[in-house]
Design a protein around this ligand. Structure first.
Ligand code: CIR
Length: 265
């Protein structure tokens, strides 16, 4: 089986701005500390670079408090990229900010444009065989349908699934570990959406550990979830842990902080 779903030459990240204190959150557990977040972010970028990848670090965007969560702005596939249309009104403009950076690396950049279409990258899990897109409060049926049309000629079928109620994004609750293995919360796996995949379950009470990334030879996980970390290690993966205390206050995790891809000029 090929490994285009977890081996990448590049990543794009964006440094958090001082406006991060106004970032969206489901429950207010206090303002994120920018300095602490910058330290975690630097560790994250170093972990990506440590796998040999080129990491393009974009400048902070004061106008977009959630701009650090670049994953939501695009879907990157081997054949090309698709610029999203975020369902959070305050985040809509972030996609346009990302488009030129993708156009510089990809020959084929497509765009979600429907006025009624909403879709965020955090709801999209790309595996070796398919693209799973979870409908959520941020991603609607029109957005999923438009994405399905846009990627129809790229050879990876798209399957609509559902993000559990009250969960921000589909990938808040799951991650790819390899082409056929996912890390998932029990509440998401119970929906049956991973039939045919091997599932490594997130430990009960450690649901926030589900948002991890497989990036080249490493699984990059938020620190503070020892039972899930040990389960991932026991399943044979190499783990790097990164502090996530500040992003967690804004419902963000490891996947949200990067776009991961191998550009096709
Ligand atoms: C938001 O609510 O949009 C941000 N505070 C968090 C986005 C997290 N992104 C992701 O899960 N892909």
């Amino acid at each position: 089986m090929s490994d285009t779903s977890f081996r990448f030459s590049h990543a794009i990240t964006r440094r958090p701005s001082g406006s991060i204190i106004a970032g969206l959150r489901a429950v207010d557990t206090g303002a994120p500390d920018l300095d602490v977040m910058l330290g975690h972010h630097a560790d994250y970028v170093a972990a990506l670079r440590g796998t040999g990848a080129t990491v393009i670090e974009l400048a902070p965007l004061d106008a977009y408090p959630d701009g650090v969560f670049v994953e939501d702005t695009a879907l990157c596939l081997p054949q090309g990229a698709v610029v999203m249309r975020p369902g959070a009104p305050s985040r809509l403009g972030e996609a346009a900010e990302m488009a030129p950076h993708l156009a510089a690396l990809y020959g084929d950049v497509r765009q979600i444009t429907g006025a009624d279409s909403y879709i965020e990258g955090g709801d999209i899990l790309v595996t070796e065989t398919e693209i799973l897109v979870g409908r959520s409060a941020r991603t609607n049926a029109a957005g999923v349908a438009e994405l399905a049309r846009l990627v129809a000629d790229w050879g990876r079928p798209l399957r609509e699934v559902f993000t559990p109620p009250g969960v921000l994004h589909f990938k808040t609750d799951c991650s790819l570990l390899d082409g056929e293995t996912v890390l998932a919360t029990n509440r998401l796996a119970a929906s049956g959406c991973f039939a045919g995949y091997r599932v490594v379950p997130v430990a009960a009470g450690e649901e926030a550990a589900a948002n991890a990334i497989r990036f080249n030879d490493r699984v990059i996980m938020a620190s503070g979830f020892p039972r899930t970390r040990d389960a991932v290690l026991a399943a044979g993966y190499s783990v790097t842990e990164i502090g996530n205390s500040e992003c967690a206050k804004l419902d963000g995790g490891m996947s949200c902080l990067s776009l991961r891809f191998t550009p096709k000029p």
